[in-house]
Design a protein around this ligand. Structure first.
Ligand SMILES: Cc1ncc(COP(=O)(O)OP(=O)(O)O)c(N)n1
Ligand SMILES: Cc1nc(C(=O)O)sc1CCOP(=O)(O)O
Ligand SMILES: [Mg+2]
Length: 220
């Protein structure tokens, strides 16, 4: 996959905002997010048809802005919504099974918290690795211990050329150091979905992430 898609990877479900989730997503798209993941889980998450309906509406919105639509965890939902990819965690259906029943041209993401998990993700043919949590987060109840910038750098060395994206507690002020540690981008939930001005905040994430990439290239 094109690693530029990971520059600002916005993730959201209906319970990550008190506003209309479609409005929040559209504002983030207007701000220039480069990839979107539908993650409908946890307290007050939608179920059944309401979940599928929201997924399809979000996919249409993403496609109107030429942004790929990824689904978290749920392979059947991703297939029904005709998504562009799936994100798989360590406790989810293994990537090698998932790949057998999904389109070849999908984007396949895998989570890793340590070098061993990253090594397996590379071997199993992931298109990118979600690395975290980098910092403490209130968004994911079962989040592991933060791995910090050192954790990103360690997984960067395992991943080789495979794109990696950092996740967990990421705010605007973290972007520079995260990119310098070797991540190709930042994956953000509350830093964007809870922002007072979603479009402007997404735009700032994009500018910071873009600036750091150019800065690092020119100082190597
Ligand atoms: C880009 C990205 N990276 C990591 C995750 C976390 O996946 P997982 O560990 O399966 O946890 P849940 O999100 O399912 O709670 C992710 N979703 N996206
Ligand atoms: C969904 C998720 N996965 C994580 C991991 O470590 O794999 S941390 C996390 C929550 C990210 O939300 P926020 O940007 O609000 O901290
Ligand atoms: Mg998962």
């Amino acid at each position: 996959m094109d690693k530029e898609l990971l520059r600002v990877y916005f993730i959201m479900g209906s319970n990550n905002t008190t506003r209309d989730p479609l409005t929040v997503l559209e504002e983030a798209l207007q701000g220039g997010i480069t990839l979107f993941q539908f993650r409908e889980k946890g307290k007050n998450a939608l179920k059944g048809k309401a979940k599928l309906d929201l997924a399809i509406k979000m996919k249409r919105l993403c496609h109107a802005y030429n942004i790929p639509f990824i689904v978290n965890d749920e392979v059947d939902l991703a297939l029904e919504a005709k998504a562009d990819g799936i994100h798989i965690g360590q406790d989810d259906e293994p990537l090698i099974h998932v790949k057998k029943r999904c389109p070849e041209n999908w984007i396949y993401g895998v989570s890793a918290t340590n070098e061993l998990e990253a090594r397996h993700a590379v071997q199993d043919g992931a298109d990118y690795i979600g690395v975290g949590p980098v910092y403490g987060t209130n968004t994911k109840e079962d989040a592991k211990q933060p791995i910090g910038l050192k954790g990103i750098a360690e997984i960067r060395s395992i991943a080789g050329e495979l794109p990696i994206v950092a996740i967990g507690g990421i705010k605007l002020g973290h972007v520079f150091n995260i990119r310098k540690a070797g991540a190709d981008g930042v994956s953000v939930i509350s830093g964007i979905s809870h922002a007072e001005k979603v479009r402007q905040t997404a735009e700032l994430f994009c500018n910071y992430s873009h600036f750091t990439a150019s800065y690092s290239k020119n100082t190597k």
